[in-house]
Design a protein around this ligand. Structure first.
Ligand code: NAD
Length: 542
């Protein structure tokens, strides 16, 4: 077959409403019933072969922790080593596939996810990670479909990136996959990130070893099976659930480690980077280290802010998915002139929020992911109750009798350097500091310098001059910056996502910038008419 083929232009997957009476609502309800009534046994998969080690860990519903959804076999050392071998074998072939054939696998996966598999992935994400129907839809359906389709389009643009040629010479760029395997380590909070971190390097011709987050194993497993169904050859992505430290230690000490694709917390990323540095001489090359990590995302209001829009952004930005988005608003700076109105509006909405089983569609919030997170959040809330200078305006309670429920909580603190203004705690807690309206400029500096992170941030103002000032002062304070909008909800292809400072390497998942990390270009010069005499013309007799 000959031809230079154009890839279909991607469009963002429309978000379905799940309103009463819609077909998607009925389909999702049956999906929930099906996923909730089974207990899945999840193996490791190495070179296309399922491995059951017999040592298993349970996946439970966070909002109903007695319900076991899956038993996950934990990879042992033998399985880990086999995964590296399988990746090397698979890559020899896969790395030489034509781009169009690789692309077709992922475009087919997007189609399966948009159609027949949509409600399976949504139901698994809802029950396993405690997302509401809407939060699952924008994650495990739309964002993951967008990653798959847009990455193919970005890859095509990379391959089109070719050098100039001079007369008699044809220059080319071979955008090779990396030499070795890529280790994808994925977080619990987005099924889309779980899928994208292994899929993006694989699309560029790499072979991957994927360690999913334990609590997201169910949705991640279903996505892995979907990739197989879409035609991904055995060994291109090896699915390796297991003890994070053991799996990482084994893989990071491997000579063939070519890259790490990580999303998760800052301390874990720093420990991975440290291991790579320690093992540096042992690697065949310099591993690419890509990590998107934590945040302490801000909302800053100017006295000219629209109070209603601001209060809604605070509530949606801080409490959707229980504040467990890396982009979730967790600190707010509000001027005293509008604070009483903002506070009353926000507290009114918070008191109206329903929290509970996500299969009950009236709920706006589910539970936090696990006991560890629950205990950490409860300890912070208990401390806030004791600490001087902290007022609990809404919420503050936590109850783990049925599920790991933490109330949406709004705090007001006098000290802008109070712990909860600086540290990421990853839960439904928004801490506010009220500043004197005349101290706008000083507050800009405070927002910029308070936390080590620089992931997302939002500024609310109607005064254009104030927006311009904020834009300048906060240029390095957030990798995703929002004006008069909440700091969450980035869309693939529209707001490429990632932050700097302690928030990561800012390689912008779901953009051309990320895919560039998974290729190692080879410059090729072909001389069409090579010289046949070693002497240059200047050397000739006059
Ligand atoms: P986590 O760091 O606990 O876990 C992430 C992954 O690392 C999991 O697969 C986990 O098993 C593994 N892991 C844990 N400890 C490890 C260790 N010692 N060595 C090697 N691997 C280890 O993070 P999480 O709780 O799954 O996710 C929440 C965090 O992720 C938050 O900090 C959040 O801000 C961040 N996050 C960032 C982004 C972003 O784009 N910046 C997106 C989503 C989540």
């Amino acid at each position: 077959m000959s031809g230079i083929w154009n890839i279909p232009k991607p469009l963002n997957e429309p978000v379905l409403s799940y309103a009463p009476g819609t077909p998607e609502r009925a389909a999702l309800k049956s999906g929930l019933a099906a996923v909730g009534s089974q207990q899945v046994e999840i193996p490791a998969v190495v070179g296309g072969r399922e491995v059951r080690t017999g040592v298993t860990q349970n996946v439970v519903s966070p909002h109903c922790h007695q319900r076991v959804l899956a038993r996950v076999h934990q990879a042992d050392r033998k399985t880990i080593d086999a995964a590296v071998k399988a990746a090397a074998e698979a890559q020899r072939d896969w790395g030489n596939w034509r781009f169009e054939d690789r692309a077709a696998v992922f475009l087919r996966a997007a189609e399966l996810l948009a159609g027949t598999h949509r409600q399976l992935l949504n139901a698994a994400t809802m029950l396993g990670q405690s997302k509401t129907a809407y939060q699952a839809e924008i994650d495990s359906a739309c964002e993951l479909i967008d990653f798959l389709r847009f990455n193919v389009h970005f890859a095509e643009r990379i391959y089109h990136e070719q050098p100039d040629s001079s007369p008699g010479v044809w220059n080319r760029m071979d955008h090779r996959p990396l030499e070795g395997f890529v280790y994808a380590i994925t977080p619990f909070n987005f099924t889309a990130i779980g899928g994208n971190l292994p899929a993006a390097p694989a699309l560029m011709g790499n072979a991957v070893v994927w360690k999913p987050a334990a609590s997201a194993s169910l949705s991640n497993w279903h996505f892995f099976k979907l990739l197989e169904e879409a035609g991904l050859p055995p060994g291109v992505i090896n699915f390796l659930p297991g003890n994070a430290v053991e799996v990482s230690q084994a893989l990071l000490s491997h000579r063939q480690l070519a890259g790490i694709h990580f999303t998760g917390s800052t301390p874990v990323f720093q420990s991975l980077w440290r291991s790579v540095a320690t093992n540096l001489e042992g690697y065949a090359g310099y591993p690419r280290v890509v990590g998107e990590t934590g945040g302490k995302d801000f909302i800053l209001a100017h006295p000219s802010a629209d109070v209603d829009a601001l209060a809604v952004a605070m509530v949606r930005g801080a409490y959707e998915y229980q504040g467990q988005k890396c982009s979730a608003a967790s600190r707010a700076y509000i001027p005293d002139t509008i604070w009483p109105a903002v506070r009353d509006r926000a507290v009114g909405m918070i008191e109206d929020i329903r929290m509970g089983d996500v299969a009950d569609f009236r709920n706006f919030m589910g539970a936090v992911i696990d006991r560890r997170s629950f205990t950490k959040l409860k300890d912070h809330l208990d401390a806030a109750k004791r600490d001087k200078g902290v007022t609990i305006l809404a919420g503050g309670g936590a109850d783990d009798s049925v599920g790991f429920f933490v109330q949406p909580t709004l705090l007001q603190v006098e000290d802008p350097a109070y712990r909860l203004m600086c540290e990421e705690i990853f839960g439904p807690v928004l801490t506010t500091h009220v500043y004197p309206a005349a101290r706008w400029r000083e507050t800009l500096k405070l927002v910029d310098e308070t936390s080590p992170y620089a992931l997302t941030g939002a500024v609310f103002a109607r005064d254009r001059q104030a927006l311009a000032e904020a834009d300048r002062s906060l240029r390095q304070a957030a990798g995703n910056y929002y004006i008069n909008d909440k700091p969450t909800g980035a869309v693939v292809g529209q707001q490429p996502f990632g932050g700097a400072r302690a928030s990561g390497t800012n390689d912008k998942a779901g953009s051309i910038l990320n895919l560039l990390r998974w290729v190692s270009p080879r410059s090729i010069k072909e001389t069409l008419s090579p010289p046949r005499d070693y002497r240059y013309p200047f050397m000739l007799e006059e």
